[in-house]
Design a protein around this ligand. Structure first.
Ligand SMILES: NC(=O)c1ccc[n+]([C@@H]2O[C@H](COP(=O)([O-])OP(=O)(O)OC[C@H]3O[C@@H](n4cnc5c(N)ncnc54)[C@H](O)[C@@H]3O)[C@@H](O)[C@H]2O)c1
Length: 345
């Protein structure tokens, strides 16, 4: 059994990846500092797969803890690195928190991965690195734009750090996955997204409004140059996204990668507007959503969706689940949170 370390494995995307890794017979170790997650997630994962894993509460900003952990687990075959702070707005108000957490942690981890006999790393990046691309769908070769926020900059710089390290360490093999907009939850509704405070992403805002936790959804702008005037994004189901990580990790472990640093877009290739999300949510939930149009928001990108040819043909991954599946599962998860009085932080 190959051993995979998942940092931030109790978070939204990490927990779904852990389930898919276990479904594929990987032995999983999780590091998480619980700064944006809770131990209940471990229980959710166990109830889905029934497979035990190793968990250690470790803060990756503490270099010595990273050194100690990886020297105790030098037989790890691969690392998937999710641990990071991700609130765009907070990063504008507190950039140093983001540079410390997202960059220091990555550097410490990379230094230790580079000492392992099996040096394989997958990094979570984001379509935010493209900004408003001049060509749609967005291909991996599209120019990287000046980031809109310190958070976005940590993804851009994080990618650069890994690329530079791969150049001088030829035995290090890394894949960066640039996610478009992850949504939804596991079909069991035992794990899902638990946003801190006011959700920054559309779908949790929609489900929280649907369940009555928020009074109204504000849609920022209905006069954009799109078919219905609202912004367009590429909503990728988190379970499809999770499967992409397993495929990427297998590619590294089976040494099928052509370059020792590769980048893939992970999206559906299809753009959906905010109004389409709202209408689809109403359809799957049977709930009429209270929403209104407000002024455009500064910095919002009009339209972003992925060109997925590289992921489809080279990585051999393709999204299977639809926007409807994503919203249906997000709604089941929201209902379970309320039913079980699981708090929204
Ligand atoms: N969710 C999205 O929309 C999205 C989009 C693109 C990229 N990403 C990236 O994907 C990754 C995972 O995102 P997510 O949505 O699952 O976020 P999340 O906040 O749910 O998960 C991150 C996890 O990392 C942990 N963590 C944070 N700092 C840590 C540290 N110093 N040491 C140990 N653990 C730490 C948190 O407790 C949390 O469990 C992040 O790197 C994020 O930037 C997310």
């Amino acid at each position: 059994m190959k051993k995979i370390l998942v940092t931030g494995g109790l978070g939204y995307i990490g927990s779904h990846v852990v389930v898919e890794l276990q479904n594929n017979n990987f032995d999983v170790l999780i590091i998480d500092d619980l700064s944006n997650s809770s131990l209940d997630v471990l229980d959710g994962i166990y109830r889905i797969t029934g497979v035990k894993l190793t968990f250690e509460r470790i803060d990756l900003k503490k270099k010595q803890s990273v050194v100690d952990f990886l020297s105790r687990h030098a037989d790890i075959d691969g690392v998937i690195h999710f641990a990071a702070s991700k609130a765009v707005g907070e990063s504008v108000g507190n950039p140093l928190k983001y540079y410390e957490n997202n960059i220091h942690s990555l550097v410490y981890l990379l230094q230790e991965v580079n000492k392992l006999s099996s040096k394989k790393l997958i990094f979570s990046s984001s379509c935010t690195v493209y900004g408003q691309a001049s060509e749609l769908p967005i291909a991996e070769e599209a120019p990287i734009k000046a980031p809109e926020s310190p958070y976005g900059n940590t993804k851009k710089v994080g990618e650069q750090i890994i690329r530079d390290t791969c150049k001088i360490s030829r035995s290090l093999n890394a894949i960066t996955l640039r996610y478009f907009n992850p949504i939804g939850a596991h079909k069991s509704a035992l794990i899902g997204e638990l946003p801190v405070g006011t959700p920054q992403n559309l779908v949790p805002y929609v489900t929280q409004t649907g369940i009555g936790l928020r009074e109204k959804l504000s849609i920022y702008g209905n006069d954009y140059p799109t078919p219905d005037g609202t912004c367009i994004r590429d909503y990728i189901h988190v379970v499809d996204l999770a499967k992409a990580h397993v495929i990427a990790m297998k590619r590294l472990l089976e040494e099928k990668n052509i370059d020792n640093y590769e980048v893939y877009n992970i999206g559906t290739g299809k753009g959906s507007s905010v109004l389409e999300v709202v209408n689809t949510f109403e359809e799957v939930s049977g709930v009429k959503l209270n929403y209104s149009f407000v002024e455009r928001r500064v910095g919002d990108i009009i339209s972003a969706y992925a060109k997925t040819t590289k992921a489809n043909t080279i990585l051999g991954w393709k999204s299977e689940l639809t926007l409807k599946d994503g919203l249906q599962s997000a709604w089941e998860w929201e209902k379970r949170l309320v039913l079980n009085k699981i708090r929204h932080f």
